[in-house]
Write a new protein. Structure first.
Length: 202
């Protein structure tokens, strides 16, 4: 396997192998370009890095909050029509459920609406694939369950040539607090007990 190259989307220019956006990370793998999470400006930032969104092969999603999937749709169209979107089944079972949205408090309904709007077109096009729990997805990239912030929250572990990168989504929100005390969680965690366990994993 060749060494993956990373681009963290968001600064003004690509810096050798990495730049950063709030939630989007690009990894060049043997199986093609992989985007982990997809903030709202991902397409624009990919283009600024000289990457064609149409060449994206995979989008792996840590969870279905809109700040991590809001860039999947642009102008009512799939932003990455050739990519397969992958997410833990617990996420889709929870956030794409009309019954769960109906039962949710008013302030939570927007999370369901954002998830449904972002991933349903991929589901309808046969471009959404779910997995269950910790599992290898493509060569050098493994899904690692990190449940708690959301029901199917997942970290992705990228390994090559003895090096490892853990892309953890929203496991940590306030590093200055949570690195010192991983048991601290936030109000947006769906399951604080599971979230605390996930923090210890990281």
């Amino acid at each position: 396997m060749t060494a993956p190259r990373f681009a963290f989307l968001g600064t003004s220019a690509a810096v050798a192998s990495a730049t950063r956006d709030n939630t989007s990370i690009v990894v060049q793998t043997d199986d093609g370009l992989l985007l982990v999470d997809c903030g709202g400006s991902a397409v624009h930032r990919l283009r600024r890095l000289g990457m064609d969104p149409l060449l994206l092969a995979h989008v792996f999603v840590t969870h279905l909050h809109v700040d991590h999937v809001g860039g999947l749709m642009v102008g009512g169209q799939r932003a990455f029509p050739n990519a397969i979107v992958r997410v833990d089944k617990r996420e889709t079972d929870y956030w794409l459920s009309e019954a769960n949205m109906t039962a949710a408090p008013a302030e939570m309904k927007r999370f369901f609406q954002g998830a449904i709007a972002s991933v349903t077109p991929y589901l309808q096009a046969g471009k959404l694939t779910v997995f269950e729990g910790s599992t290898d997805l493509i060569l050098g990239v493994r899904a690692q369950s990190a449940y708690g912030h959301t029901p199917g929250h997942t970290a992705y572990v990228v390994e090559s040539r003895g090096e490892k990168l853990v892309l953890w989504g929203d496991v940590v929100h306030v590093a200055a607090v949570q690195f010192d005390d991983p048991s601290v969680t936030i109000a947006y965690d769906v399951n604080s007990a599971e979230g605390s366990v996930a923090n210890f994993y990281v």
